[in-house]
Design a protein around this ligand. Structure first.
Ligand code: IPM
Ligand code: MN
Length: 347
């Protein structure tokens, strides 16, 4: 029997509840579809930091490299550990070390979920660059604490990095409705985004079957709200994609539904799957976190592992659950109730 080894990093806050929920759903799907899933839980989190002074052990990346995929809940407990420490100690280094350069985030309404827009139907796939750009981590501060203090944070756009993410976007558009929105801001950023636009145009010549439009990020933000149905695949830099995918999450009903996959398309290292939402310390331990985003992320993991049938079944089970009105109103149904309903729909 084929079997996959999965690293489970529940992390902090509601990350623990939603990872446990997603895992039971995935185990059930695996059983039905005749493949094995072995989960190894790693306690890496802000609590781990308080105990050891590190978000993950020194050889954490090497440990993770041995798995087929990583399922992550959420990282962050700002009251105890600054976000700049926790995220740069766990989530962000994994994305970079494993060259998970494509962060894929689907935005569409699940049946029974009412978004805040009048829009009835849209189906957007956002592809966010995930390893460089504005979140490269290059910079520094000098003259600390003085009136002359300076903070510099440099965006890094490499030809290889921009070309591979744009190419990934073109390829995705090809498998969908053939439309690509390339997100720019070249009217204000005359180096990085002019570069981005040039590479978009170069690839457009290669993908003549894809209809590509460059949108400034501010205009695209408005379009996602005013005319989301006009969009198919969106490809954006790290910062722009980060912001636009929170808009995507909002229009699909909230962060409880926003799934994501951090993909290494070359498969030279494991990919990582996680809901877009954070650890939500304010509602952690109330047992009301919506597990749907995490379960959907789990379905994306099965798809990446080649288990298309299981992935499709999990998506159908999620849809059957929300269609019944379960998990469609924030805080109404418990994490356990929603998870049990998804499992029942799988059976
Ligand atoms: C996300 C999150 C992270 C990001 C934060 C927590 C660093 O907002 O996955 O969208 O910006 O990448
Ligand atoms: Mn974000």
């Amino acid at each position: 029997m084929k079997s996959f080894s999965i690293a489970l990093i529940p992390g902090d806050g509601i990350g623990r509840d939603v990872t446990a929920a997603a895992w039971t759903v995935l185990e059930t799907a695996a059983k039905h579809c005749g493949f094995g899933l072995t989960g190894t839980e790693l306690p890496w989190s802000c609590r781990f930091f308080k105990e050891t002074g590190r978000m993950m052990p020194e050889d954490g990346i090497e440990t993770l490299r041995g798995f087929d995929a990583i399922l992550l809940g959420a990282v962050g407990w700002p009251a105890e550990v600054p976000d700049s420490v926790s995220l740069h100690g766990l989530l962000l280094p994994i994305r970079k070390a494993f060259v998970q350069y494509a962060n894929i985030r689907p935005h569409r309404l699940l049946p029974g979920v009412t978004g805040p827009l009048r829009a009835e139907s849209f189906d957007i796939l956002c592809i966010r660059e995930n390893t460089e750009g504005e979140y490269s981590g290059a910079g520094g501060r000098v003259h600390l604490g003085t009136l002359d203090e300076v903070a510099v944070e440099t965006s890094i756009f490499t030809r290889a990095g921009v070309e591979r993410i744009l190419r990934f976007g073109f390829e995705q558009a090809r498998t969908r409705r053939g439309k690509l929105a390339s997100v720019t801001k070249s009217n204000a950023q005359k180096y990085s985004m002019v570069f981005w636009d040039e590479i978009t145009r170069k690839l457009a010549a290669e993908y003549s079957d894809v209809e590509v439009t460059s949108y400034h990020v501010d205009a695209l933000a408005a379009r996602m709200i005013m005319a989301p149905e006009s969009l198919d695949v969106i490809v954006a830099s790290n910062l722009f994609g980060d912001i636009l995918t929170d808009i995507g999450a909002a229009i699909q009903g909230g962060l409880g539904y926003a799934a994501s996959a951090n993909i290494n398309p070359d498969r030279s290292a494991p990919s990582m799957f996680e809901p877009v939402h954070g650890s939500a310390p304010d509602i952690a331990h109330l047992g009301i976190a919506n597990p749907i985003a995490a379960i959907w992320s789990g379905a994306m993991m099965l798809d990446h592992l080649g288990e298309k049938d299981a992935a499709g079944r999990v998506m159908k089970a999620i849809e059957a659950t929300t269609a019944r009105g379960l998990g469609t109103i924030a805080g109404k149904d418990s994490t356990n109730t929603i998870t049990a309903a998804v499992i029942a729909a799988l059976n």
